[in-house]
Write a protein that binds this ligand. Structure first.
Ligand code: 5GP
Length: 185
C-alpha cells in the first residue's frame, strides 16, 4: 500500500533514533521522499553532501534565507539548518509523501505555514536511555553530547504541540506506527 502525498514533520531529541525510523519507513515505502536540509554544520565522517545534507557556508545560508528559498530554518546546537521549499512542493506535486526530519522550532514553523502538515514527535523510552544512545553513537564529542542532552529537555517540553507522539522503544515497532500514522487520511 503506498502512502498518500503529505508533508510530514518528524521531530524529537538528538539521539532518539528519528533517522533510523525514517529510513525504515522509506525501506518499506520507497515512494516516501526524505527532505535534504541545508546546514552550516560540518559533515560527520561518512556523510554525503546532497544526500544527508547540503553542506553550505554561512554566507550561502544567509543567501538562501534572504531569497526566500527556505520553508523554515532554525539555529540548532550552534549551527543553522533549513528546509528548501522547492523540494517539498515538487515531491507533493509528484504525488509523494515527504518527511522533514527537523527540530521543534522548525516543526512549529511548519505548523504555521502548512497547517495540513502532520507533526510527529519521537520520544525516548526514558531520558537515561536517550543519554545512553547518544553516548553510544560516538559521533559527537563529550561536550557536544552534553549540549544535545540539555537541549533534549527543552525539546521534550514541545511534544504536546505535535499531532502524534511515538515512543521509540523498539525501532521496528515504532517505524510501523510511524507508517500507520502517515497512512491515515
Ligand atoms: P544533526 O546535526 O544531528 O544532523 O541535526 C541536529 C538537529 O537539527 C536535529 O534535531 C535535526 O532534526 C535538526 N534539523 C535538521 N535539518 C533541519 C532543518 O532543515 N530545519 C530545522 N529546523 N531543523 C533541522
Amino acid at each position: 500500500m503506498s502512502l498518500p502525498p503529505r508533508l510530514v514533520v518528524v521531530s524529537g531529541p538528538s539521539g532518539v533514533g528519528k533517522g533510523t525510523l525514517v529510513n525504515k519507513v522509506i525501506a518499506s515505502h520507497p515512494e516516501v521522499v526524505h527532505s535534504v536540509s541545508c546546514t552550516t554544520r560540518a559533515p560527520r565522517p561518512g556523510e554525503i553532501d546532497g544526500a544527508d545534507y547540503r553542506f553550505v557556508d554561512d554566507e550561502t545560508f544567509r543567501g538562501l534565507v534572504s531569497s526566500g528559498a527556505l520553508l523554515e530554518w532554525a539555529r540548532v546546537h550552534g549551527a543553522h539548518y533549513g528546509t528548501p521549499e522547492a523540494q517539498v512542493d515538487e515531491a507533493l506535486a509528484a504525488g509523494h509523501p515527504i518527511i522533514l526530519e527537523i527540530d521543534v522550532q522548525g516543526g512549529i514553523a511548519i505548523r504555521e505555514k502548512r497547517p495540513d502538515a502532520l507533526l510527529i514527535f519521537i520520544e525516548p523510552p526514558t531520558m537515561e536511555e536517550l543519554a545512553r544512545r547518544l553516548m553510544g553513537r560516538g559521533t559527537e564529542t563529550e561536550a557536544e553530547v552534553a549540549r544535545r542532552l540539555m537541549n533534549a529537555v527543552g525539546e521534550m517540553e514541545m511534544a504536546p504541540l505535535y499531532d502524534v507522539r511515538i515512543v521509540n522503544d523498539d525501532a521496528d515497532r515504532a517505524a510501523t506506527e510511524l507508517a500507520c500514522e502517515m497512512a491515515k487520511a
